[in-house]
Design a protein. Sequence first.
Length: 263
Amino acid sequence: MRTRINYVVRGEKAVFCAADRDASYWPPDPHDVTIYDVRPIADRLSFDRNGFVLLDEPSAVTDFRDPAAIEAVYLPEIVALVRRLTGAEKVITFGTMLRSDSNDTADGGLPAHGAHVDYGDFTVRETVHNMLGPDEAEHWLRRRYMLINLWRPTRTVERTPLALCDASTVRQQDLFDSEVRGGLGDPDRPSLWGYNLAYDAGHRWYYAPQMQPHEIYAFKLFDSDRGRVQLTAHTAFDDPTAPADAAPRHSIEVRTISFMPEA
């Protein structure tokens, strides 16, 4: 389909205020692009070549609004999935977020309509230090490590789907620094640091029409191995084929940092 994606103006450093979006400095550079149906090629996607995969991965969780079910069931499911995908020796989770574009959702829980990569190496390393402490953090950070987002709709997606950009089509010079203030549902959280994407005609975008709750995206936000694709840009977008009475989009995302076995 053809639709519009908000890129950032090339050369601009943006400040995204997640809990108060009107306070952001995020100069948009909108472009009409083609977004392709990912399902016909889903079995040919490679995590290290394209930066993302679409998986049929049902969850045992029936109520994603139940924090106890997320902690006891969903996060272990996610850790097991990332281990299978990557062969990681250790996986930690953080940044679990429920999102919706319903009218009663506060800014911090809305989808992001701008092509971006959540976080880069600085925030990955800072998060590992905060979660594990300096000694254990440095032990694991000597390995290859990856930041991976696991994104699942909790209802069939009728509007505001997620689009992913094939990471093999993105050049380093297309990415510009982003400061995220008040992110991950915490308006008082210190700044997180990632990237926004500037337009290039060579970018290739994908989405899953009418994505189902048994499906999940796993996409790589950072990889310490510079020999692999490192940064997968993504964005919510307005689906021009969605009916006027389409139900709001509801989704859950979990960020993971995985550490590979020593070579």
